[in-house]
Design a protein around this ligand. Structure first.
Ligand code: 5GP
Ligand code: ZN
Length: 112
């Protein structure tokens, strides 16, 4: 499958991995928008949030919990952080493998 994040998961292309276990991987975003910009990704290829199935509920809970654990380990996130999922073209999703951005280390205006 021609998926850049599957290639990162399979170590076919390099990335700066900050966390990995049997079902989840987290690595630094190539083009960070903040001092902390980490992508948290389930190893199972799911193209977007709208494709998540009931069988994925535990996995998605684990991904979100991993976001929290990673942020907790980073002093830059002590003052707060944002977890973002872009779903679909209108939301600006560019990589069609579900992922959650952890953004932190700066003050961010509210989006909504
Ligand atoms: P999206 O716009 O789909 O929510 O976010 C995709 C993110 O993946 C972008 O922030 C982009 O910088 C990042 N990205 C794209 N290709 C690569 C890559 O090859 N390696 C890493 N580490 N990040 C990537
Ligand atoms: Zn993939």
């Amino acid at each position: 499958m021609d998926c850049i994040f599957c290639k990162i998961i399979n170590k076919e292309i390099p990335s700066t991995i900050v966390y990995e276990d049997e079902s989840v991987i987290a690595f630094k975003d190539l083009n960070p928008v903040a001092p902390v910009h980490i992508l948290v990704v389930p190893k199972k290829h799911i193209s977007a949030l709208r494709e998540v199935q009931e069988e994925d509920i535990t996995l998605l809970g684990k991904v979100l919990y991993t976001c929290k654990e990673i942020a907790k380990s980073l002093p830059e996130c002590d003052g707060g952080y944002r977890v973002i999922n872009n779903c679909g073209d209108n939301a600006g999703q560019t990589v069609k493998h579900i992922h959650f951005h952890i953004i932190g280390g700066k003050n961010m205006p509210n989006l909504i």
